[in-house]
Structures are given as C-alpha cells and as structure tokens.
Ligand binder design. Structure first.
Ligand code: ATP
Ligand code: MG
Length: 302
C-alpha cells in the first residue's frame, strides 16, 4: 500500500494558486481497484473510531467544506468517506440557491446557523464560498441580493467577502472548530465524460440538469474565481486542499486521509476518570453484580 501525503494538496497561506499547475489526476495511490476499496474501508473504520473520540471528548468540532464544479463527485465523496460514521455525530448540509429569507440576511447567516456543535462533524456540500464563486461569475445574482447600493462595488466586494470569511474561520478556530476545505479539482474533459454518462445511462439521467451545461460554458470564469478564492482564503486556521478529482477512488482516499490526519493532530483523548468517579463506578458495579438477574430468579422459582 502506498502512503498518502495529504500535505502536498494543501494550499499554503498566501500562495497564489494557478489551477492549471495543480493536477486533476495523480498516479493512483493503490495498485488495484480492490486494494483501493480495502484502503478506503480501513480509513472509514478509523474515522468511525476517531469520531467516537471527538464525540466523547466534547470539546472540538470538525467542519468540512466541499466545493467543486458539477460532477466532480462531492456527493459520492461525502457518502463514501463518511459511510462508517455514526449518523448521530455528523450532519450534512447542502446549500443551493438561497431563499428570500436567507437573502434578507448577511451572506454568512444561513451557513452559520448550521455550524457543528462541539463533538460533532459538520459537512457543507457547497457553502458561503458560493458567494465569491457563482455570484462572482454571475454578477446579476449580487445585484439581486438587496444590499444597499452604496455597499456594492464590484471592484472591492470580493476582497471584502474574502476578509469576512477569513475572520469567521479564525474566530471559529479560536473557539474549537477545526476547519478543512476541499476543492475537488476535476478537468473539463472528465466533466464532459461524466455528463455524457449521465445522459447515456437512464439511471443517471436525474443527475443531469440543463443548467449544468450552461455553467460549463463559464468554465474559465469559474477557474479564475476559484483561483482568487483559494489564494485569498487558505489559512492556517482553515486550509484549502486541492484534491485531484479525475479518479474518484484516489480522491476519496486523499480526502479521508486528510480528515484522519487533522483529527489526529488535535491530540484528543477519552475523558479521564477521577478517583472519586472510579470509586463511584466500582460501587455501582458491585451492586449490579450482587443483584440477581431475571434468569436466576426464574430458575429459583422452578
Ligand atoms: P448536484 O450534485 O445534485 O447537482 P448541486 O450542489 O450542484 O448538487 P444543484 O441543485 O444542482 O446542486 O445546484 C445548486 C446551485 O445553487 C448551484 O448552481 C450553486 O452554484 C447554487 N448556489 C449555491 N449557493 C448559492 C448562493 N449563495 N447564491 C446563488 N446560488 C447559489
Ligand atoms: Mg448541480
């Protein structure tokens, strides 16, 4: 089995990202599809154990943000990576077009209501980052957000939004939220193949919308918006990882390994038991041992 070094996919703070320099496909980290499945199962098992620990220690929370072009595999990555995790400790939120109520608030409002509690894992399938991506690519969305006109300057607003995001993430980090952000980096050609598959395979038809092909037409504009976003908002508190997405198994293994490394770095452990509590547990234990079980009582009656 090959070692996965998640660090090579991290955007160092202040680094200027040029997406055509970041690979969408790397040498597979496995020798066969079967081996990939075994590796992923091992990651899932470890993640399940780590999540138990996170839950029991009830101090840190984990926020995972996923952004990508259509068909890069956000949904399937979330499903595969988290499949072993106890659903009680994990919540996934998908952010689509905002509602009228959401538009009537500042752009961070709808997502901050969904942040994970201590001990939990929160997953954002798209996020407040859409506010500097789709909204930047289609400025008419910005002009429909009911902002005071004096505050809408297309030259400065994106930088202002980056700043709001960095400040939010720094704040969360200082309060115990570990944040990891994944950009699933798919090539335009691989997207074409996956769209064709969605059209050709009836059971995948539902996944394809005509708006997907419209957004594909803005590919280069999206790439420029992503580049500036990734360059401006990858920080120590909330790093971006640019994950090669043309091979789904490699992508899922990189994402799961990155999450495992991050939880490990928190150095959390199960809450320690004080001598008083230990004594209490022992006293309850002896009561339970002395108590006759239902079966013993029934046997005595016979
Ligand atoms: P799927 O894999 O099912 O296609 P999806 O995340 O692409 O998942 P869709 O319902 O197809 O979901 O699309 C949601 C759309 O909502 C995306 O085009 C996204 O850009 C858009 N969206 C998300 N947040 C915002 C926002 N704040 N402002 C405007 N549009 C947004
Ligand atoms: Mg879509």
């Amino acid at each position: 089995m090959k070692k996965i070094d998640s660090e090579q996919f991290r955007v160092k703070p202040g680094k200027k990202v040029k997406l055509d320099k970041w690979r969408t496909l790397v040498k597979p980290v496995y020798d066969s599809k079967e081996e990939a499945a075994v590796m992923l199962a091992a990651h899932q098992q470890k993640l399940s154990a780590q999540q138990n620990l996170l839950y029991a220690s009830d101090s840190y929370s984990l926020l995972l943000i996923f952004q990508a072009m259509d068909a890069a595999g956000k949904d399937s990555t979330i499903a595969h990576v988290m499949s072993g995790v106890n659903p009680q400790g994990c919540q996934v939120y998908s952010f689509k077009h905002p509602s009228a109520e959401e538009i009537d608030h500042d752009f961070l409002w709808r997502t901050t209501r969904c942040l994970p509690e201590r001990g939990r894992i929160g997953i954002f399938n798209r996020s407040y980052y859409e506010e500097v991506l789709v909204v930047r690519v289609h400025p008419e969305i910005l002009h429909g957000q009911n902002l005071p006109p004096a505050l809408v300057n297309e030259k400065s607003i994106w930088k202002e939004r980056f700043k709001s995001m960095r400040q939010l993430e720094d704040h969360l980090s200082r309060n115990g939220t570990k944040i990891l952000k994944f950009f699933l980096h798919i090539s335009k050609d691989e997207q074409r193949k996956r769209f064709l598959e969605r059209i050709d395979r009836p059971e995948k038809n539902w996944k394809f919308g005509v708006e997907d092909i419209k957004e594909r037409g803005f590919w280069d504009t999206y790439m420029r918006a992503y580049e500036e976003c990734l360059s401006s908002t990858s920080s120590k508190a909330a790093p971006w990882y640019i994950v090669p997405a043309d091979d789904k198994q490699t992508m899922q293994l990189i994402v799961s390994k990155t999450i495992l490394d991050a939880i490990k770095s928190l150095k959390i452990s199960y809450p320690t038991v004080t001598p008083e509590r230990q004594q209490e547990l022992q006293s309850v234990r002896s009561q339970l041992v002395q108590e006759k079980s239902g079966i013993e009582i029934r046997n005595e009656r016979v």
